[in-house]
Design a protein around this ligand. Structure first.
Ligand code: GLC
Ligand code: CA
Length: 528
């Protein structure tokens, strides 16, 4: 089980209102208690913080705001003691405009680093080379006075894209991974991999109807995303990873299962864990049909799925799916689902205590630049990045200073210390679920079979491993429902249920389960 840590917001050890590595180290015992095997830490390298670390100015050091390399080693040692491994975030597509590679590149047309980035002439005075727009607003081309050319940036202008067609870029980045593997990290989460290559002819993208949040015509990013060359880079990174027995997780936004499958590689030479981020696009409200269909597709690919509900770029699932009345129950239903599927779940910090989004209400409070640029249509990502809620003291026990983002008042009830003490809390539910998942062969390695596939309200499935089976029954509706289950086709003709974990659904027996609103029932199927 993986867990995403946003270092600015996890735990502050020195009172400056910003989380740090010592803070993370001090919470390793908590992560162990929860059952976390590895944490993915979003970028903690030196950075001007235009994109809060996703603009890296040095890949082989730690930003002073987060600590030192020594603090990193101590954090890692603490993690080893608590069986929590470290995965770092590799920003492969671009660097900061303050990285020394770019500072050199920008100086002249002939310097050794010029071809490390993508420099082009404009089409004419004040005319960028083509119509490509940045995902973060405006043209994807930034004029530079020093050489009177444009450079390309898929994200902010302060994040110039590296030129992955230059073998020197590849070598340098592969070396970066070696540096950290040697230091003990067990893998990388690869940032924004689909943007690594662009059409060398700079063909204009097709324009689509409507405008984006920044007022620009929409376009199909046909010529600057998802080029086939991406797979070669991923396979190269994998070859290096294999030498260190490391894992590669991908930030892989896909539209179809075929696209997702491609990232594993036809012969598994790609990345081991491309995230199924399409899972986060399933629209609320909860729908048994929508989840069943999606899961069946991903599981049907035959690959090892990677399930994600929330992260630092999207509204927290608690807020997305909450109906304002049953939010905690709905959070448990979601947890019971994505932690009982085949594959690996990645939890976003705070998900396990029912943290909600705390979006800014005034433009002047926004920290994330896209929120200022796209306000009010795009409010930015501050809301899902607020400090971890450790207890009910001021600032939720995150800092003794002023937290860099405001903490929602729900921290008074939704925090680690309070929830640890309540047997029925979201936190204890997560913890019990994770423990169950780790100790149950069917949940770990079993196949997945949908039951009652036409039921629009209740999502039911079996996880089968040899002659063992676990049944998961999730009432995704605010009403009572009875479900009749016939397991004879699945090889369990005469069977009874032994409850493993439940919420509002105790004491069930076959063939008919009686479920109250948002009930969760997980049981072992025992042959009579
Ligand atoms: C990824 C990150 C996001 C960042 C972007 C640019 O999508 O998750 O936070 O802004 O890449 O690096
Ligand atoms: Ca700090």
């Amino acid at each position: 089980m993986f867990y995403e840590v946003y270092p600015r917001s996890f735990m502050d050890s020195n009172g400056d209102g910003i989380g740090d590595l010592k803070g993370i180290a001090s919470k390793m015992d908590y992560l162990k208690w929860l059952g976390v095997d590895a944490i993915w830490i979003t970028p903690c390298f030196p950075s001007p913080q235009v994109d809060f670390g996703y603009d890296v100015s040095n890949y082989v050091d730690i930003d002073p705001m987060y600590g030192t390399l020594g603090d990193f080693d101590r954090m890692e040692d603490q993690g080893k003691k608590d069986s929590v491994n470290i995965v770092l975030d590799l920003v492969v597509n671009h660097t900061s405009d303050q990285h020394r590679w770019f500072l050199d590149s920008e100086k002249s047309k002939t310097n050794a680093y010029r071809d490390w980035y993508i420099w082009r002439d404009g089409k004419g005075p004040n005319q960028p080379p083509n119509n490509w727009t940045s995902l973060f607003g405006g043209s994807a081309w930034q004029w530079s006075d020093q050489t009177s050319q444009y450079y390309y940036h898929f994200f902010y202008p302060q994040q110039p894209d590296l030129n992955w067609r230059n073998p020197k870029v590849k070598d340098a980045m592969f070396d970066v991974t070696r540096f950290w593997y040697k230091r003990g990290v067990v893998g990388f989460r690869l940032d924004a991999v689909d943007t690594l290559f662009e059409d060398p002819n700079l063909t204009n993208n097709p324009v689509l109807p409507g405008k984006d949040a920044y007022g620009q015509p929409n376009q199909e990013r046909k010529y600057n995303t998802n080029l086939p060359e991406v797979m070669q880079v991923l396979a190269g990174l994998r070859t290096v990873a294999n030498q260190y027995n490391a894992v590669l997780i991908g930030e892989t936004w896909t539209n179809t299962v075929e696209e997702l499958k491609r990232y594993y590689g036809a012969h598994h030479e790609g990345i081991q864990m491309p995230m199924d981020l399409a899972f986060t696009k399933i629209p609320p409200p909860l729908s048994a049909d929508a989840f069943r269909r999606h899961i069946a597709g991903v599981v049907g690919s035959g690959e090892w799925p990677v399930w994600v509900m929330s992260n630092h770029d999207i509204v927290r699932a608690y807020t997305r799916f909450g109906d304002g009345k049953n939010n905690d129950s709905i959070a448990r239903v979601l947890a019971a689902m994505y932690l009982t599927l085949p594959g690996t779940p990645i939890l976003y910090y705070g998900e396990e205590i029912g943290m909600q989004n705390n979006d800014p209400t005034r433009k002047e409070d926004v920290k994330d630049p896209i929120g200022r640029l796209g306000w009010p249509q795009e409010k930015g990502r501050d809301g899902e990045r607020t400090p971890m809620q450790w207890d009910d003291t001021p600032n939720a026990g995150f800092t003794t200073g002023i937290p860099w983002l405001p903490i929602p008042t729900s921290y008074q009830t939704h925090n680690v210390a309070t929830e640890e003490k309540e047997p029925g809390s979201i936190l204890n539910f997560y913890r019990n679920l994770i423990a169950l998942r780790k100790s149950n062969k069917a949940l770990l390695d079993g196949d997945w079979v949908a039951l009652n596939p036409d039921d629009p309200n209740v999502l039911s499935y079996l996880r089968r491993y040899k002659d063992q089976a676990v049944i998961v029954v999730l009432n995704m509706s605010p009403n009572d429902h009875n479900v009749s289950l016939d397991l004879s086709k699945q090889g369990f003709k005469n069977a009874r249920l032994k409850t493993l974990l439940t919420m509002w659904g105790g004491g069930q027996s076959l063939p008919t389960l009686q479920l109250s609103p948002y009930a969760v029932y997980i049981g072992e199927v025992v042959k009579k």
